[in-house]
Ligand binder design. Structure first.
Ligand SMILES: [Zn+2]
Length: 431
């Protein structure tokens, strides 16, 4: 297994010869504003990429996630899968990227869709997260194929919709259709911007829930005739602050989550609302005096591989029951909004060892192993696709994702292309 010295040198030369092509491909991608929401120009992006890949001899399939969440004729959810086969049968390595980008936001000093190149940085919304990673995986695969045309197996590239909004019309949909079934794909690398010398083994779990407390409306000048849903919620918040949060902070995971603070279990109060609906900003009148009959919070609970989702939910339910026991007339409900199970790939998994070998060779030091505080499409490959041999590895600085003046370093992409090419050699070349 792995490349011999001549093949290794040939691979690095093939990567080096593609620097301009890598920059140009990334710029082409950044210049299509595939904004999500609402899911703009996915079709145009996939067609542009299909033409580019077909010219280089890839077999390309475009797939619309018909009827999946978010899919409509105005904003169809298009996905792309490309494949190139080696000279002999063997395993398939699949690079999975997403083409949607988050809204631009304020604070830019560059054209967010210009693809400007300056000082070795390529700027634009989605350059780092993660069109740069997608372009890098394509260039790595093409350089590998040129260096080792006799390779065994196949390489696939996917570019999918909606990762930023849960991936249900993208990676999840492809997984449901069997595209990640372990009998057709054996290794998946997701080029999210986790840094060029780090392997991301997985991510924490998520539970989003909405809790509503109920009261009884009355005139605000006689609050004793009503019952305040806000007062009830105040007690819930007190219980969360004083009992639940310290308990969560004390729970530590063996997952190598970065940043360090996210190695505990966490809870964010994402939203709160009680009483009369908020008025439009241009409304100049006063509110009317009412006792709040409803109060609602949205919880964003991130949990660890060591925790079970059923226990996570039961813990909140028990907290609500404690509050109820101490308050007359306390009524509440909990609504599930979204759940994601944690995903964690073994350090000894073949795809981890292949990428680690590439990192060691390019940087002359061992890879760092991390896990992500938030989720990405790994959950769908793992939980729906049933493939455990999956990681995130790609160029870029995670902190720049979703920020103004987002950029990706050209040298970082080149280094990652070297690592990806060497990793392909680990899996697809047999002597
Ligand atoms: Zn991303």
């Amino acid at each position: 297994m792995a490349l011999n010295d001549t093949e290794g040198e040939r691979l690095l030369a093939e990567v080096a010869a593609r620097r301009a092509a890598l920059v140009e491909l990334t710029q082409q991608m950044v210049r299509v504003p595939t904004l999500n929401p609402p899911g703009r120009l996915y079709g145009e992006f996939c067609e542009m990429l299909r033409d580019r890949l077909a010219r280089e001899g890839w077999q390309v399939t475009l797939l619309r996630a018909n009827g999946a969440p978010g899919d409509s004729d105005a904003h169809p959810r298009w996905n792309l899968i490309a494949r190139t086969d080696g000279a002999r049968p063997g395993e398939t390595v699949h690079f999975n990227s997403h083409h949607d980008v988050v809204p631009v936001g304020d604070g830019w000093t560059r054209d967010p869709f210009g693809g400007e190149l300056e000082g070795g940085r390529l700027y634009g919304r989605g350059s780092c997260d993660m069109k740069g990673g997608l372009a890098t995986s394509i260039i790595a695969a093409e350089a590998f194929r040129a260096a080792c045309p006799e390779f065994a197996g196949a390489i696939e590239i996917s570019s999918v919709a909606d990762e930023e909004s849960g991936g249900f019309a993208g990676a999840a949909w492809l997984a449901e259709q069997g595209w990640f079934a372990p009998d057709r794909v054996q290794h998946v690398i997701i080029p999210e911007p986790l840094h060029k010398d780090r392997i991301c083994l997985g991510h924490r779990g998520v539970w989003w829930a909405e809790i509503t407390t109920h009261g009884r409306i009355a005139h605000g000048c006689m609050p004793f005739l009503g019952e305040s849903a806000i007062g009830h919620m105040g007690e819930v918040l007190h219980e969360i602050e004083t009992a639940l949060l310290p308990a969560l902070a004390a729970r530590r995971t063996a997952m190598p989550v970065i940043p360090e603070g996210a190695r505990a279990s966490t809870l964010n109060l994402n939203a709160i609302h009680g009483g009369e609906p908020e008025q439009a900003a241009d409304y100049t009148g006063l509110p009317t005096p009412c006792v709040a009959d409803r109060c609602r919070i949205v919880l964003d609970r991130r949990f660890l591989a060591e925790e079970e989702l059923t226990e996570v939910k039961a813990e909140i339910r028990a907290l609500m029951e404690r509050v109820r026991a101490g308050r007359n007339g306390f009524r509440y409900e909990i609504r599930d909004m979204m759940e994601v199970h944690p995903s964690m790939t073994d350090r000894d998994a073949p795809v981890v060892r292949a990428v680690a070998a590439g990192i060691a060779q390019v940087f002359g030091r061992p890879a760092d192993y991390v896990a992500s505080p938030g989720t990405y499409d790994q959950k769908h490959v793992d939980r729906i696709g049933g493939l455990k041999n999956v990681i995130a590895y790609g160029p870029g600085v995670l902190d720049l994702a979703h920020q103004p003046d987002e950029w990706i370093g050209v040298e970082d992409m080149m280094d990652s292309a070297r690592v990806m090419g060497l990793a392909l050699g680990e899996v697809l070349v047999r002597h």
